[in-house]
Design a protein around this ligand. Structure first.
Ligand SMILES: C[S@@+](CC[C@H](N)C(=O)[O-])C[C@H]1O[C@@H](n2cnc3c(N)ncnc32)[C@H](O)[C@@H]1O
Length: 237
């Protein structure tokens, strides 16, 4: 009989924010797959989950390079999916870790899609995690939505036209993946007069966490693990 694949969201950074269910699975699992952008690179998802993983588990890195070429990327997804499938076919269970929650901008989701196509009979269970923006909102004591308010979560890599349309249609907007296009986003927010309604959150739950409410004070260096929350009716804390 095939083993089962658990896709596990390990939360945003603090290892205490992993679910009890995830910790139970990780304690007994034989194989743990961790996504990295390059072989040998550190994985934040692994660091978060490390204390919960049983000492006999085999840790396998899966490379997901940051490529724009979709065909080349698919080759990596397929190779990684095959690697996991080989383990499952031996009858062993395996866990695939992902930062935050698997349903939000996660590489694990691509693996799930490829697995569903290549080996639809494989049993997969998704264990959710606390998404970075949920924890970011908690750290900043920012209420994301109440009453009929509209909450949107966007990738800052999206087109400026779409981002502007989302801003206009929402009460609260969470901008994730703020790394590469941060400047472009900041200019849009400034032009729309929304700077005072933004909170910048860097590395929440991790070493050197920072929460900045005055957007004029943002560090010059963009940070991969950062987000901006725009809340139009922001209340002073
Ligand atoms: C590829 S997405 C993964 C999102 C993840 N699946 C989640 O549910 O939070 C990576 C982006 O999530 C955000 N992020 C993840 N962890 C974070 C953290 N600890 N602090 C701030 N932002 C974080 C950043 O915007 C980062 O660029």
């Amino acid at each position: 009989m095939n083993g089962k694949l658990f896709i596990i969201g390990v939360g945003p950074g603090d290892s205490g924010l992993i679910t009890v269910k995830a910790a139970q699975v990780l304690r007994d699992i034989k194989y743990v797959f961790i996504p990295v952008s390059k072989q040998g690179r550190d994985s934040i998802a692994y660091k978060i989950a490390q204390h919960h993983i049983g000492s006999r588990a085999e840790i396998c890195q899966l490379t997901f390079p940051m490529l724009k070429d979709k065909i080349a990327l698919h080759t990596y997804y397929r190779e990684n999916q095959r690697h996991i499938e080989r383990v499952l076919r031996r009858g062993d269970d395996a866990a695939l870790l992902t930062l935050g929650d698997p349903s939000t901008y996660s590489t694990a989701w691509y693996i799930l899609q490829v697995m569903r196509q290549a080996a639809p009979e494989v049993d997969v269970e998704i264990i959710p995690g606390i998404s970075s923006y949920v924890y970011g909102a908690a750290r900043a004591a920012c209420n994301l939505a109440e009453g009929n308010e509209v909450l949107s979560v966007v990738s800052t890599y999206d087109s400026l036209e779409r981002i502007e349309a989302v801003i206009d249609a929402s009460d609260t907007v969470v901008f994730l993946k703020t790394y590469r296009e941060r400047q472009r986003l900041l200019e849009l927010l400034r032009t729309k007069g929304l700077f005072d309604q933004c909170i910048y959150i860097k590395r929440c739950g991790l070493h050197s966490e920072e929460i900045i409410r005055d957007m004029q004070q943002l560090p010059d260096e963009p940070e991969y693990l950062s987000m901006i929350i725009l809340k139009k009716n922001i209340q002073p804390v």
